[in-house]
Design a protein around this ligand. Sequence first.
Ligand SMILES: Cc1cc2nc3c(=O)[nH]c(=O)nc-3n(C[C@H](O)[C@H](O)[C@H](O)COP(=O)(O)OP(=O)(O)OC[C@H]3O[C@@H](n4cnc5c(N)ncnc54)[C@H](O)[C@@H]3O)c2cc1C
Length: 462
Amino acid sequence: MKKTQILWLRRDLRLSDQAALVAAAAAGPVIPVYVLDDETPRHRNMGGASRWWLHHSLAALDRQLRPLGSRLILRRGKAAEVIAELAQEAGASAVHCIRHYEPWWRNAERALADKVDLVRHDGNYLMPMGSVRTGSGAPYKIYTPFWRELSKHMPPPEPLPAPDSIPSPQNWPHSDSLEDWALLPDKPNWAVGMAEMWTPGEYGAQTRLADFSGRAAQYDEKRNFPSIEGTSFLSPHLHFGEITPAQAWHAHRTAGGSVEVFLKEIVWREYAQNVVFQYPDYGSKNARDNFDAFPWRDVTKQDVAADLKAWQAGRTGYPIVDAGMRELWATGWMHNRVRMITASFLIKHILIDWREGEKWFWDTLCDADYASNAVNWQWTAGTGVDSNMFVRIMAPLSQSEKFDAGDYIRKWVPELADLDDPYVHDPDEFGRKPADYPAKIIGHKEARERALAAYARIKGQS
Ligand SMILES: Cc1cc2nc3c(=O)[nH]c(=O)nc-3n(C[C@H](O)[C@H](O)[C@H](O)COP(=O)(O)OP(=O)(O)OC[C@H]3O[C@@H](n4cnc5c(N)ncnc54)[C@H](O)[C@@H]3O)c2cc1C
């Protein structure tokens, strides 16, 4: 008789292109399990928006499993310990999982592999981390050569189909109730806008992919304009593994033209994970140590804390920044161009350490991803392993005009809904600022000079 197999799910909440599921189902009856781990030391607990997403994604996965004769078991605690205990309780001969690369998951996989037969499969990335290397065998630090090398190995293998049925054990082990985990916000329910915009789960992911296929040919032309739907909106689905990059690749590889630009963006996700694979502390530590001496403003001081709060709440007096921060709060997502502008604003205009922004995004993004978030924050700050971007200080107002953000601002900043272009980009400057909209918390020129002066204090140090 075939022995029971544990399928340990984390950010791979899907049935198709799921190598761990296929292997487990071939080996014996399968117990799919998700462990909510808020306890392992140095584990980065999920933020609020991610928890909202997780709740709905787990519910969706359980609904998909039921007609296949299976179900999802939920447990809570230190993941490596909980999975080892469950394996023993169920008499399982092996635990199958998709390889994860966050530093805490690498630790958990190592710890678990000491206790059980842990079979790790690939599938959340186009290529296993650490396998894209220079001619001399070193990992890449810069995106472009990383992309060039990776693309030599593309296309990725054909995605695996979802199984028609999953062998189930005779007795199901105990499962927590999802409701008891209280992942959803209650009072107040700040997730109303998220529920309107997103359908977490594999079905929602495939629907987004199909919708994007019709728009993919214009991706390059439209992707930088926040007023229009130019991008794929796949990021939370990719983060939670409801869809794989290989599926996205195969859906678009023959489309040609601007689609290569889209595939290059998918590879930014790979590149970010490749950087964090080399530098596990990337989410909290400057890769360039001269920035350890950077004179960031002190957020424990009242005026600085007030500036941070104004940024978080979208009340800086810079319409494009405020629109972005409010979009983020309302939907758990922000357009990429606007992420760059808001991040640059926090770091350079109000001179607050990028780690404060990284933390806020971690809590509020439903695509909050340790690697993508850290790498993009460090890239914007100039503290990262790639080129130093500190002196590239984005001017929010010219960015807003250049990328035609008028409709985007009118949507997310209702105080400015009645202002036409060009006033909406800078109501202060045109003397059109409504009484209920804040004045700029600092002028652009003054902010730029202050940032460059601060940078001059550490430039050249290492
Ligand atoms: C300060 C900052 C923080 C960010 N934090 C995150 C984060 O926590 N999680 C996250 O998924 N993305 C993050 N990004 C990257 C990017 O903004 C989002 O991936 C993108 O906006 C998601 O929208 P989309 O799916 O429509 O993207 P598309 O333009 O359709 O791109 C397709 C996919 O490519 C990947 N991708 C695109 N751009 C990037 C990028 N710059 N870095 C890494 N992957 C990329 C994403 O998986 C995305 O879903 C951040 C960017 C900045 C500037």
